[in-house]
Design a protein around this ligand. Sequence first.
Ligand SMILES: NC(=O)c1ccc[n+]([C@@H]2O[C@H](COP(=O)([O-])OP(=O)(O)OC[C@H]3O[C@@H](n4cnc5c(N)ncnc54)[C@H](OP(=O)(O)O)[C@@H]3O)[C@@H](O)[C@H]2O)c1
Length: 277
Amino acid sequence: MPETTRTIVLTGASDGIGAVAARKLAGPETDLILVGRSADKLAPIASETGARSFTADFSELAQVRELADSIASAVDSIDVLMNNAGGTFDPKNRTADGHEPNFQIDHLAPFLLTNLLRERLAAAGSSLVLNTSSVGNLAGSIDLDDLDFEKRRAFGLRAYGTAKLMNILFTRGIANRWSDDKIYSAAVHPGPAATSFGRDSKFIGLAYRSPLTRFVTITPDQGAAPLIELAQRGADPTINGVYFSRHKANGLQNPQARNESLIDGLWQRSAELVGVA
Ligand SMILES: NC(=O)c1ccc[n+]([C@@H]2O[C@H](COP(=O)([O-])OP(=O)(O)OC[C@H]3O[C@@H](n4cnc5c(N)ncnc54)[C@H](OP(=O)(O)O)[C@@H]3O)[C@@H](O)[C@H]2O)c1
């Protein structure tokens, strides 16, 4: 491999904007590590891009721990970690670990993975953690005493929006805590891309799978573009803690996204739940 190789780890690479990003980021200067939930579904993209691939279902945290071990054994350092896997899940269900699924799959699992890969991120000298969030963060509401929506009704997109809001708080938590190691973080809303996204949501399904789809959505290529741009930009202190709405910095965000005690509280509660320092 060339001396200038950058290691990029990309989750949610088996479909949608992650699959597009995998294809666009592949190249001789990139050591690409792709993560999917299904080995069969990920295999063609891994083979097309020449990337190494790993699988884990984020609804089981033990699989996330194994994934982190496998990646840490495979690479010495990580320049860019793209936490992109996610989706909308029925908040009435529970994961293998007993959590509300949007909370676990969209927030807790990437929180755990990133923490377990911290040493590899630091080893790059400077690195970027890019979290795929959503404009849906505006519909979110974080209650540190009810992270699993046991006391509140999670109507509409509230549970999904809450998890996507957590992606922004997590981004700012990294910015607050890990800058000394030159680990920077940004969050990005890709836009309403017509992917497999929302397959489990009747609300999103209405918009994304109706004959009117083309009037309200953008293509997966367009949706992936801001992720690719930020991944190529890489570690950059000027975007540390910034939420992008597509290519625009400081996108419209929930007031909770700037609440420092909530940013810190969410980090502490999440760390307790997954058992990291
Ligand atoms: N599309 C949009 O309009 C939109 C808007 C805002 C934000 N986003 C965000 O963009 C990201 C990518 O979504 P997309 O639009 O590309 O949707 P997608 O086509 O459904 O792709 C989602 C990816 O996440 C993976 N994934 C889902 N559940 C998982 C689990 N339990 N464990 C591990 N991996 C899992 C999927 O794996 P499988 O292939 O096995 O299903 C797939 O690789 C998500 O974080 C989503 O919230 C999307």
